[in-house]
Write a new protein. Sequence first.
Length: 483
Amino acid sequence: MKPTKFTAKLIVMMFIGIAVAIAGMGTTSFAKDDETIYVPANFSKLAEQARPGVVNIRTVKTVKESGQSFHHFQGPFGKESPFGGRNPFDEFFGPFFKDSPPHDFKQRSLGSGFIIDQEGYIVTNNHVVQDADQIKVKLANEDEFDATIVGRDPKTDLALIKIEGPANLVPLKIGDSDRLQIGSWVVAIGSPFGLEQTVTAGIVSAKGRTIGSGPYDDFIQTDASTNPGNSGGPLLNMQGEVVGINTAIIASGQGIGFAIPTNLAEGIIRQLKEGGSVTRGWLGVGIQSLNPELAEYYGLDDKEGVLVTKVFEGDPADKGGIKPYDVIIAIDGQNVASGRELSRMIANMPVGKKTDIVVIRKGKKKTLKVELAKRDDDEMLAKKPADNGDELGFAVTEVTPEAARRLGYEIDGQGVLVTKVASGGKADEAGLEEGDLIKELNHKPIDDANSFQKELKKVDAGEEIQLLVRRGRGGFVVVKLTK
């Protein structure tokens, strides 16, 4: 049917009306399958509302430098200079500064943060304020205040600072990061390269990203442009709620940023506010996420769950009756899908909590009650040390889940971790490095410190030792040395 002039005019007016309505809104929304989907129409209103709650953070820290050191000249190459192992600055300037006394210099850095309440508490990243001698916070209205550190949590790279004095602060609302969907629009506000109150927009590219920065990696990946100086600033959904704390970028990439989800950060922030530090629950097990082969091997229909590869003697799991090769499927009625999820759940539980843990053991389901202890990271990294390899100039220890995550190794409970390499010793000359994971000795698999010691004793003095070593996030290397 051919439209009349009246019909055409009516359609045009309707479109104009919709456009005018959208222009006055921050977003437009529509419902689909009981979910409200927000589409950005105008970022200006959102930015205007959120900016007063975003702050610029400037810090000054004292760095001690010896007279013989030229680290601040390293430039883009870091320690790996284009001149190989030698430092040309040492060759040219070394003789002049050889006996120079140590001196200090002031290092300045930039970051961002956001206000969470009227009392002046501000959330930022730990790396923004760590070791700072002075912290200055500038509000959106250009007012500047000294800030003090309330508490820091290096494990999640979160920190809480506080300013005194200002009235009528505009705190940002914390949103539910679990409801954030891949493809959702987000906005980042911060001070990239010191350019205060910079607003960028993008979408959520992925969730649950692990980038090897720590044991609790669970990042939101976004293509909202973030750069040095954005650290600690908010990632906002289209309702102006904080759903993430911008934390990391990939130096070699563009348009890829990572933010800590607020649902992970909230409990940390609360503990920092209440006590200035964070305590975490500790179960005392080595774990590995199930894969289809393991699920089939253990006769499990559901491929979700966590295999216990090791139980540390005297720790809560041991006292509660958990055994190696149990498969943990639920904690306090909540299903456990992966090792990372289990670690996060246990860490977020209070010390001393009596927890119901459901395991499958030899095809049968059991519920065990375990009282969680306090997580001691120093103790975990040195769990069950072994005094092997001393005559070769290195020391090893059994690898813990914490150490494996920190160094980027698979958590399979196998191998021993090199904790020390004596300078000038046999191991050092052969190229063994601290942090190496020894998987085999002369083609014999190494499961733990006992098996390492057993295989090492089989080698006579003067015989060659071949170590199959996993190095960081790279591949395998073979280290050869003579006993």
